[in-house]
Design a protein around this ligand. Structure first.
Ligand SMILES: *Cc1c(COP(=O)(O)O)cnc(C)c1O
Length: 394
């Protein structure tokens, strides 16, 4: 019924697996017929803490009974605390809350351009931002304009100018693309939608050095890679790199509501002045209360440690599969891209078989499976899921 109604009355901008979910708890979801599935997608990492984590649900319920929305015309007793606590977690000074990830990216683009004009001294309307091939930063017209994925772009032009695309992980290409008008480098420290692509060791550090040399902002889109997904608070931490700007989203809302943020140093953030940017819902007290609980959970380091252990287990289990249909396995924490060989079953078919076997995941680009279990999953559950993957690969 639900699938038919969605087909008939919903836009067809997705191609979901044929499961209709009605309940979720921890790493598990249940469909309308009572079948249970292990969720290995975790809402594209928006559900890092699993479904309905009791601490997050409690924080939301507490706030629902007090105050949900003020707009930014007034202060709330949650927003300042949220900003201070997220800034402390990120070791930065200033936070600008938005809602979706794409809005955080748009905000980062505006921030970098204004900083370029007002601080770096680039001539009006000349600022350029370097991005990378196979990036995924969201779905607005500006963002798809600098995507290299024809499926995401086709039919949506004309696009916003001012972006240069270079190869991901290629430091020489980045160096060659820098101009006096370059104001920022916008990167994913691990490319998620591209299939969990981990850059060559030292690349992030090299980008940091180039940005320092040339007086350019390093903007890290950690919307999917951040907040313990890779075993560290930020994926940049793996190379001890501190970007000038973090873009956060997905898990920041605890899997309950959309909450994103731009986090930067005060000197950079202060290019925004009253009226120059905003959002009706951004930083609303309900989202801020949930975000505060997420930050409090991450502040102890326990989730990051748990993710590291889970990641080692997942990596070992995937390699132990020794399937002839697996071409490459890439992991960073409990986040894996499994690229299939040309003669393997189609990645979509593998996902359908996995669903029939009680495991939910989703293909990434083309021939890659992307696994991102919620961090509440147990090692045993991951073993069971990887065994199911072995069966699904045939
Ligand atoms: C999901 C994602 C976004 C966009 O987030 P939305 O909330 O879907 O707008 C941006 N950047 C990265 C790296 C993402 O994974």
């Amino acid at each position: 019924m639900s699938i038919t109604l969605e087909e008939r009355h919903g836009a067809h901008n997705y191609h979901p697996l044929p499961v209709v979910l009605s309940h979720g708890e921890g790493a598990w979801v249940t469909d309308v017929d009572g079948r249970r599935y292990l969720d290995l997608l975790a809402g594209y990492s928006a559900l890092n803490f699993g479904h309905r984590h009791p601490r997050l649900v409690e924080a939301a319920k507490r706030q629902l009974d007090r105050l949900t929305l003020t707009s930014r015309a007034f202060h709330s007793d949650q927003l300042g605390e949220f900003c201070a606590e997220l800034a402390a977690l990120s070791e930065k000074d200033a936070v600008l809350p938005m809602n979706t990830g794409a809005e955080a990216v748009e905000t980062g683009v505006k921030l970098a351009r204004r900083w370029g004009y007002r601080v770096k001294g680039v001539a009006a309307d000349r600022a350029r931002i370097i991005v990378f091939a196979n990036n995924f930063h969201g779905r607005t017209t500006t963002i798809v304009g600098f995507s290299t994925d024809p499926v995401a772009r086709d039919g949506y032009g004309p696009f916003t100018p001012g972006f240069d695309v270079v190869g991901y992980g290629d430091l020489d290409a980045l160096r060659a693309a820098l101009t006096p008008e370059t104001v920022a480098v916008l990167l994913e420290p691990v490319q998620g939608e591209a299939g969990v692509i981990v850059p060559p060791g030292g690349w992030l550090r090299g980008v940091r050095e180039l940005c320092d040399e040339h007086g350019i902002l390093m903007v890290a889109d950690e919307i999917q890679s951040g907040l313990a997904r890779t075993g560290r608070t930020f994926a940049c931490d793996h190379e001890d790199v501190v970007p000038d700007v973090y873009l956060l989203g997905k898990a920041l809302g605890g899997g309950i509501l959309p909450l994103s943020a731009v986090v930067a140093d005060r000197a950079v953030m202060d290019v925004f002045t009253p009226g120059s940017h905003g959002s009706t819902f951004g930083g609303n007290p309900l989202a801020a209360a949930v975000g505060r609980e997420v930050v409090a959970m991450l502040a102890t380091g326990d989730w990051q440690e748990r993710a590291t252990a889970l990641g080692a287990h997942l990596d070992a289990a995937l390699h132990a599969l020794e399937s002839p249909h697996v071409k490459e396995i890439r992991t960073r924490g409990p986040w894996a891209g499994v690229t299939l060989t040309a003669d393997a079953p189609d990645a979509r078919l593998v996902c359908e078989r996995l669903a029939a076997d009680g495991v939910l995941c989703k293909e990434a680009h083309g021939d890659t499976l992307r696994l991102a279990p919620p961090l509440v999953a147990t090692p045993e559950e991951l073993s069971v899921a990887v065994e199911a993957l072995g069966r699904a690969l045939g």
